[in-house]
Design a binder for this molecule. Sequence first.
Ligand code: PRP
Ligand code: ZN
Ligand code: MG
Length: 226
Amino acid sequence: AKAVRDRLRIAIQKSGRLGDPSRALLTACGLDWRESRDRLFCYGESLPVDLLLVRDDDIPGLLADGVCDLGIVGRNVLDEQAAEREQAGVVPVAKELRALGFGGCRLDIAVPDDWDWQGPEQLRGCRIASSYPQLLRRWLAGQGIDAEVVMLSGSVEIAPRLGQADAVCDLVSSGATLAANQLKPVLTLLRSEAVLAGPVAPFADARAELMQLLLRRMDGVLRLRH
Ligand code: PRP
Ligand code: ZN
Ligand code: MG
């Protein structure tokens, strides 16, 4: 059984695209923190809601392990982990509670600029590099396309030039990274944005009420932003 807790712990990205807007959203919800020197853990002052600053990719795992109660993470990261758990036959532990309206991007398949793109059939027998192997495999299976997935945790865009892959499946925001690597997006697998991720089952301790309070405030903030 999990420990009874009376503080809520939220994981957000330490640095990178989602970090600052995540913090700004939580601040707009009336939260504030006494900053610790290493700034990995921020102790909540106005409410017992603490922050943990981590790598975005670690957030689903922290939720799964019960280390954190809520997380702000890209839908792409959350969905990839959910697909991985499904594949492994384990129950989901985190779900999307709210879409947050920032950090918008797409998970796209991109091919070298000089390909004459005809359609998904062209991917048959190709090696596709991605940090989202589960989402890519699921999509390929749905299309009935047999292709090899090359898992890379970073620098996916350089794989075709290095001869590691023929195409990539990566996040696209402005499109600058693809363009700088002579790649062009041809298909979208997922439209993503930052989401609030939280438990599938409600808390049975003081965190339940804290979470209701936070969600109410967040809904108010999100409504005003529209
Ligand atoms: C993504 C993706 C590309 C970049 C694309 O990485 O992997 O590197 O953004 O953005 P652009 O279209 O605006 O050039 P990101 O930095 O979001 O996350 P990561 O550090 O977890 O790879
Ligand atoms: Zn990341
Ligand atoms: Mg990147």
